[in-house]
Design a protein around this ligand. Structure first.
Ligand code: NAI
Length: 342
């Protein structure tokens, strides 16, 4: 009986690895040795839809890769440094590239304060993606996301490889936080507490749409407090880490959730997968906002359908009004940076 069970298990493992190998994807993580990069890579190693997890950073990636490679899931893990064309080797053949490379905030800093350092890092990594994996889906975690996503898009346009369906700003952490904070307030299970969050990924550009959650009734003071907490939740972590950086573990969870959803849509062929994400969007085209996060249905080529804003309460309309000029400024800043060295 024991033998039969083992034989069955071995056979199904073989069948599993054959089908996984046929459909699975190479996923690259740039900035993989950092605070987000390491736990994100750990979570991705568990996904059987990944055949090859390719890690890149300025230091320590061979060690991280060797460590992860002992986990008994199908993905092969490799780690590269800048020498020996490490970035090229990391990116060639990648179907998904996740970018958490860049400096995090310290107490008192806004995400925009990171621009001067991170804009150049993202531009250079995007240039490498355009050269070595021009058809990959690029998932930008590096802040300020409102500006770094337009930088990736402009770099890709310069190389004639821009496909708006394949460039994403990862705003999942805002949705994860909203779900958690509201479930604490309402004493509900976070797994069943879905809050739509639209806009961008910083301060006033983060817009929770509580009115769109059926059955959720918040009094005035909870509405204000929860809105503020979702917009500035990242500051709680920055303050608590006291100079040690910003959210890494919750961000790794959120980044893995988004990457896994994209793998479900692209590799596993699942339909109806919806994640909020900051993409090139027509939702606020009339207001001149080129990039915006709403719920997005993911498909084999990335963005399949961008959902609209839906109905907004007066409170939410006011939040949107406040977000628009800030978002436009952030987007323009990314655009200008990408073009200033032309
Ligand atoms: P970290 O400093 O711990 O790690 C960043 C890693 O990037 C380091 O290992 C560093 O060596 C690497 N790196 C720097 N330049 C690089 C380059 N040119 N090529 C490859 N790797 C490079 O920072 P952490 O905490 O992991 O944060 C990373 C970024 O993610 C920050 O910009 C942070 O603001 C952002 N972030 C975004 C969130 C979101 O919701 N989208 C949430 C939390 C953080």
């Amino acid at each position: 009986m024991l033998f039969a069970t083992r034989t069955l298990a071995a056979a199904s493992a073989r069948a599993f690895s054959t089908s996984a190998a046929q459909n699975a994807a190479k996923v690259a993580v740039l900035g993989a040795a950092g605070g987000i990069g390491q736990p994100l890579s750990l979570l991705l190693k568990a996904n059987p839809a990944i055949s090859h997890l390719s890690l890149y950073d300025l230091f320590n990636t061979p060690g991280v890769a060797a460590d992860l490679s002992h986990i008994n899931t199908p993905a092969k893990v490799t780690g590269f440094l800048p020498d020996n064309e490490g970035l090229k080797q990391t990116l060639e053949g990648a179907q998904i590239v996740v970018i958490p490379a860049g400096v995090p905030r310290k107490p008192g800093m806004s995400r925009d304060d990171l621009f001067n350092t991170n804009a150049g890092i993202v531009r250079d990594l995007a240039t490498a993606c355009a050269q070595y994996c021009p058809k990959a889906h690029v998932l930008v975690i590096a802040n300020p996301v409102n500006s770094t996503v337009p930088i990736v898009a402009e770099v890709f346009k310069k190389h004639n490889v821009f496909d708006p369906r394949r460039v994403f700003g990862v705003t999942t952490l805002d949705v994860v936080r909203a779900s958690r904070f509201v479930s604490e307030n309402q004493d509900t299970n976070p797994a069943d507490t879905n809050i739509t969050v639209v806009g961008g990924h910083s301060g006033v550009t983060i817009i929770p749409l509580f009115s769109q959650t059926p059955g959720l009734k918040l009094n005035e003071s909870d509405l204000k407090a929860l809105t503020h907490r979702i917009q500035y939740g990242g500051d709680e972590v920055v303050k608590a880490k006291n100079g040690g950086g910003s959210a890494t573990l919750s961000m790794a969870y959120a980044g893995a959730r988004f990457t896994n959803s994209l793998l479900d849509a692209t590799v596993n062929g699942k339909k109806g997968i919806i994640e909020p994400t900051y993409v090139k969007s027509d939702v606020l085209a009339k207001e001149g906002v080129e990039y915006f996060s709403t719920k997005v249905e993911l498909g084999p080529n990335g963005v399949e359908k961008i959902h609209g804003l839906g109905e907004l309460s007066a409170h939410e309309q006011a939040l949107l009004k406040e977000a628009i000029p800030e978002l436009k400024k952030n987007i323009q800043k990314g655009y200008d940076f990408a073009h200033k060295t032309e």
